[in-house]
Ligand binder design. Structure first.
Ligand code: HEM
Length: 178
C-alpha cells in the first residue's frame, strides 16, 4: 500500500487523538517499519490494519467507524492531490462509474506497485450499485471514500453496505441519491 495512505493516517491520528495516543498505538502495533513512513514508499497494508486495531482499542471507537472516518478524510487528500484527474468529472456518481476503468487505471500507470480494489457498477433503478472486491478487505475504507467523494461534489445520497461473503473481500454498496 502506498506510503501516502500511511502518512495521512498518522497525521489524522495526531491531530484528532493527539501525540500520546499516536505514540502508544505505534508502540503497541509493533511495526517492522516503526511507523517511519514516507509518502513515496510502499508498505504492507497489514501495518495500517494493525494501527487501526490499536487505535480502536485505545479510543474505544469500533474499527469500521475508524476506517470509514479515515476513508472520508483520505478522499479530501485525493481530491486535492489528483485534482486534474477529476477535473472533467461532473459529480460523484460519474466518478464512481469511472473509477475502475479510468481513475484507478491512471493511478496504476503512475504507481505500478499500487494495490487497487476491483469495482463493478450497475444501476438498479435510481440507485447506483458498486461491487467492491479486494483481498485487502477494506470495504469500510471504501465506504468512507464514497462519503468523502459525495461531500466533495456537495451531493447527498444514502449508502448501504452489504457484505457478500464472510471474509470481507466482497462488499455491495447501494447509493441512492436524495
Ligand atoms: C480522485 C479519485 C481517486 C484516486 C486518485 C484514487 C487513488 C487511490 C490510491 C493512490 C490508492 C492507494 C493504492 C495503494 O495503496 O497501493 C487507492 C486505494 C483505494 N481506493 Fe482509490 N482513488 C480515488 C477514488 C476512490 C473512490 C471514490 C473509492 C471508493 C469508491 C476508492 C476506493 C479505493 C479503495 C477501497 C482503496 C484501498 C485498496 C483496496 O481496498 O484494495 N478510490 N486509491
Amino acid at each position: 500500500m502506498k506510503g501516502v495512505v500511511f502518512t495521512e493516517f498518522i497525521e489524522m491520528v495526531e491531530s484528532q487523538f493527539g501525540d500520546e495516543v499516536l505514540e502508544q498505538i505505534i508502540e503497541k502495533a509493533n511495526l517492522p517499519h516503526n511507523a517511519e513512513y514516507t509518502a513515496v514508499g510502499s508498505y504492507p497494508h497489514e501495518e495500517l490494519v494493525s494501527l487501526v486495531l490499536e487505535l480502536s482499542t485505545e479510543s474505544n471507537v469500533p474499527v469500521p467507524d475508524l476506517l470509514k472516518a479515515y476513508g472520508k478524510h483520505f478522499f479530501g487528500i485525493l481530491g486535492k492531490s489528483y485534482a486534474s484527474m477529476i477535473s472533467d468529472v461532473k459529480d460523484g456518481f460519474e466518478l464512481f462509474q469511472k473509477l475502475e476503468n479510468y481513475i484507478h487505471v491512471e493511478v496504476k500507470k503512475l504507481y505500478p506497485e499500487a494495490e487497487l480494489p476491483k469495482f463493478d457498477t450497475e444501476w438498479e433503478g435510481d440507485s447506483l450499485v458498486m461491487y467492491y472486491q479486494s483481498s485487502r478487505k477494506l470495504g469500510d475504507f471504501a465506504h468512507g471514500l464514497i462519503e468523502g467523494c459525495l461531500e466533495h461534489f456537495d451531493q447527498q445520497a444514502s449508502i448501504t453496505q452489504h457484505p457478500l461473503n464472510k471474509d470481507g473481500t466482497r462488499v455491495k454498496f447501494t447509493l441512492t441519491p436524495h
